[in-house]
Design a protein around this ligand. Sequence first.
Ligand SMILES: [Zn+2]
Ligand SMILES: [Zn+2]
Length: 142
Amino acid sequence: MSSIGRYEQMLREAELRVTRPRLAVLEAVHRHPHADTDSLLNAVRGDLPEVSHQAVYDSLNTLTAAGLLRRIQPRGTVARYESRVGDNHHHVVCRGCGVIADVDCAVGHTPCLTAADDHGFVIDEAEVIYWGTCPTCSMARA
Ligand SMILES: [Zn+2]
Ligand SMILES: [Zn+2]
């Protein structure tokens, strides 16, 4: 199946109308994980030159609300989007250049991910962001 066919199926399974901006946004996020809205707008315009900023913005919101995309927003940065959803993976962010990479869910003994007191909440996610310096920025500093 072509990737567009796969995106059509994802939209149908989420009971969303299949529209060209939504397909183009899904494709752009799959191709550019952790990209921000402006970068995605540019990528989508490669396929759909006439698409409006609002259509891309609305598609990102709709797809995120439907669980097809995940929005992350490390502090001090604009919102980023990714298509890797449903696995509660974490992110490592460079303090220097802001580059973001995926980190698989913490494994083994992780006491800080188990709330000492859940205050009666049913907890379904622990948001973890690792901050540091990426290899490129480390090299530039050395
Ligand atoms: Zn960096
Ligand atoms: Zn990610």
